[in-house]
Design a protein around this ligand. Structure first.
Ligand code: FAD
Ligand code: UDP
Length: 373
């Protein structure tokens, strides 16, 4: 093991970006990955000529030109713009919340009519200007109708908590627009890599100075790894790294149910959200629409996304960034100071609700700190 400069734990976007940059600087890197494939949650694979996003819909979006240019080295991106549809008990609405949504709900035609309607609903609900939780934040942004039909049910099943117990930042991820514009993101750049995401990580890990070992869990030989590698980049769960000694951080898990169907076009859109409380899944994605219908004629692949409680051993898809968990994370971060040979990175290592562009940015920041100090 001594021949390596770095051990990277996890072959997701953070680990792969770090490994790529380290090898570019002549460093020898070993990457270990506990799953049976590389690429973490951005993993895609081909079925019937369709790129299937195994761990849920992944749309790349960023306003950071440096990050956008960076990712283009590894794949060509198409012009896909995310425009999910919401299905509330059979009623169809456009997302994010925009003039198309307001028109369908209230018949309003102009922005000022929409603002007046929202304002009236907000007044009636007696919402303060300083929202304390997700429910108050949502009503203060778009009123009670949209909150009841498009947010409450989805949010409470997604997070397994009452909207009054959730932090307001979660709902601020979604734009509210007074234009007829169904683009889910406000970012300057957006798209899907033609041919899927796995090729990106594969290219990042291609350097001869990088060895990749899949089906290998860091915790099977934690002490040996720490002893034998001069430096470790750890992108797994930070609380697990410390054997949960300060208590467990909370995560939210998911279950994906994927079906190959003998139809050409199942739902007419890549992403359909089911926003009522009763439907057990939050979204259905039809993968071929990410590449504008590319794939075998008469075939399609869909995935239903079911939210799930997390307990040890389950996949921790989302950190639960409320104040209680953020406080606990800070304590783990302090503990991490005592192990300077380990750098914690990514969604799980830094316990942050990072999107892909933020992960790349965070990894490149780590690279700068590590190699340009
Ligand atoms: P991961 O991809 O989780 O990689 C960590 C890797 O480490 C995993 O492969 C894991 O198996 C491995 N690992 C963990 N512990 C160990 C261990 N003990 N030993 C060995 N290996 C280990 N972002 C967007 O920008 N746009 C989107 O549309 C989008 N949609 C998403 C939809 C869903 C359902 C989810 C869950 C996330 C979505 N994201 C999206 C976020 C995106 O997936 C993450 O930002 C990104 O993949 C995080 O990269 P990472 O390297 O930090 O973590
Ligand atoms: N959300 C909602 N209704 C929707 C879509 C999203 O209420 O139709 C809320 C929900 O709380 C969700 C949050 O907005 O967790 C962020 O949505 P996003 O699509 O960014 O979630 P992600 O893709 O990260 O799961």
């Amino acid at each position: 093991m001594e021949k390596y400069d770095y051990l990277v734990v996890g072959s997701g976007l953070f680990g792969a970006t770090f490994a790529y940059e380290a090898a570019k600087r002549g460093k020898r890197v070993k990457v270990i990955e506990k799953r049976d494939h590389i690429a973490g949650n951005i993993y895609t694979h081909e079925v019937d000529g369709i790129q299937v996003h195994q761990y849920g819909a992944h749309i790349f979006h960023t306003s950071n030109k440096e990050v956008w240019d960076y990712i283009q080295q590894f794949a060509e991106f198409n012009r896909y713009t995310n425009s999910p549809i919401a299905n509330y008990n059979g009623e169809i609405y456009n997302l994010p919340f925009n003039m198309n949504t307001f028109n369908k709900l209230w018949g309003v035609q102009t922005p000022s009519e929409a603002v007046a309607e929202i304002e009236q609903q907000k007044q009636k609900a007696h919402i303060s200007d300083n929202p304390k939780n997700l429910e108050e934040q949502a009503i203060s942004l778009i009123g009670t109708d949209i909150y009841e039909k498009l947010i409450k049910g989805y949010t409470e099943k997604q997070w397994g908590k009452k909207a009054t117990e959730l932090p307001s930042f979660i709902i601020r991820r979604l734009p509210v627009r007074l234009t007829y514009d169904n683009n889910y993101f406000n970012d300057k750049y957006q798209g899907i890599p033609i041919g899927g995401y796995t090729q990106i990580v594969k290219k990042m890990l291609e350097n001869k100075l990088i060895d990749v070992e899949i089906n290998t869990d860091f915790f099977d030989k934690k002490n040996d790894y720490i002893k034998n590698f001069p430096k470790v980049i750890f992108t797994g769960m930070i609380d697990q790294f410390f054997d949960y000694q300060l208590g467990e951080l909370e995560y939210r898990s998911l279950r994906f149910e994927t079906d190959e169907l003998d139809v050409n076009n199942y739902q007419g859109n890549a992403v359909v959200n089911y926003t009522d409380a009763k439907t057990p899944y939050t979204r259905v994605i039809e993968h071929k629409h990410f590449e504008f219908g590319k794939g075998k004629e008469g075939k399609t692949v869909i995935t239903r996304e079911y939210p799930a409680n997390w307990s040890r051993g389950d996949e921790p898809y989302y950190p639960m960034n409320d104040s209680k968990n953020n406080e606990l994370y800070k304590k783990y971060k302090d503990l991490a100071q005592n192990v300077p040979s380990v750098i914690f990175g990514g969604r799980l290592g830094q316990y942050r609700y990072y999107d892909m562009h933020q992960v790349i940015h965070a990894a490149l920041t780590t690279v700068t700190q590590e190699f340009e100090k």
